[in-house]
Design a binder for this molecule. Sequence first.
Ligand SMILES: NC(=O)c1ccc[n+]([C@@H]2O[C@H](COP(=O)([O-])OP(=O)(O)OC[C@H]3O[C@@H](n4cnc5c(N)ncnc54)[C@H](O)[C@@H]3O)[C@@H](O)[C@H]2O)c1
Length: 248
Amino acid sequence: MNLLNRVALITGGGRGIGRAIALKFADLGADIIINDIAGSEGAPQVVAEVEAKGRKATYIPADISKADDVTALISKSIEAFEKIDILVNNAGITRDKLIVRMSDDDWDLVLNINLKGAFLCTREVLKHMMRQRSGRIVSLASVVGLMGNGGQANYSASKAGIIALTKSTAKEAAPRGITANAIAPGFIDTEMTSHLKEEVKQLYEKQIPLGHYGKPEDIANAAAFLASDEAGYITGQVLSVNGGMLMP
Ligand SMILES: NC(=O)c1ccc[n+]([C@@H]2O[C@H](COP(=O)([O-])OP(=O)(O)OC[C@H]3O[C@@H](n4cnc5c(N)ncnc54)[C@H](O)[C@@H]3O)[C@@H](O)[C@H]2O)c1
């Protein structure tokens, strides 16, 4: 399996799962565009790590929930690398609250970044991929997008939306040789989950047959497969990487 000379754009690539995907793709021969919010501390480091592997990389700041930012992100990417072969819709946030305490802002922020952001990036990238008649789109959903989660109505709804966006994209883009798939991670050890209280973490761990949280690299391996030629006949699918936590 290789991604030799492919160009991959990874949103929210400055840390966590996005960083692991960038490093895995670079190991497989891809050049990498790291998107993250302006002032990301991690993004320049990830660029340096990719370059140390002998691949080209650049950091293009953009808030993916803003249409103008996304248009600029895609045109700067094409300017720098001439093409985009792989889009990884990875950027995401949480604002956890019970529904009765959830503000409109908590809802809007999470939906705007997690779901609208993925839509905006998909829309802009598809224009190029359709002309090039090839492409791979891999989007980060979540186990809670399949099963729901108390305290995460906004986040779970955004991730269920990612799954429907992925299936719709797969149907529209298939005639042009473009595939779209989602990964539904379970609980993965990153900054995002580091704020969970120890007792909550232990409670979740008890629900995982493999008995422990996943690593960002577990998700990166799945993303590399879905982005590869070997996955060319797979589209509109949701790949669960969750230690057996949910078997849909
Ligand atoms: N960690 C988990 O357990 C887990 C489980 C299921 C799904 N996921 C999903 O995987 C993806 C990556 O998660 P992670 O754990 O690495 O999270 P993380 O918080 O460590 O990293 C997310 C990155 O996205 C960036 N980002 C946030 N808002 C942005 C915006 N508006 N524009 C551009 N970049 C933005 C952040 O700056 C950060 O670098 C997310 O979509 C998340 O929902 C994570």
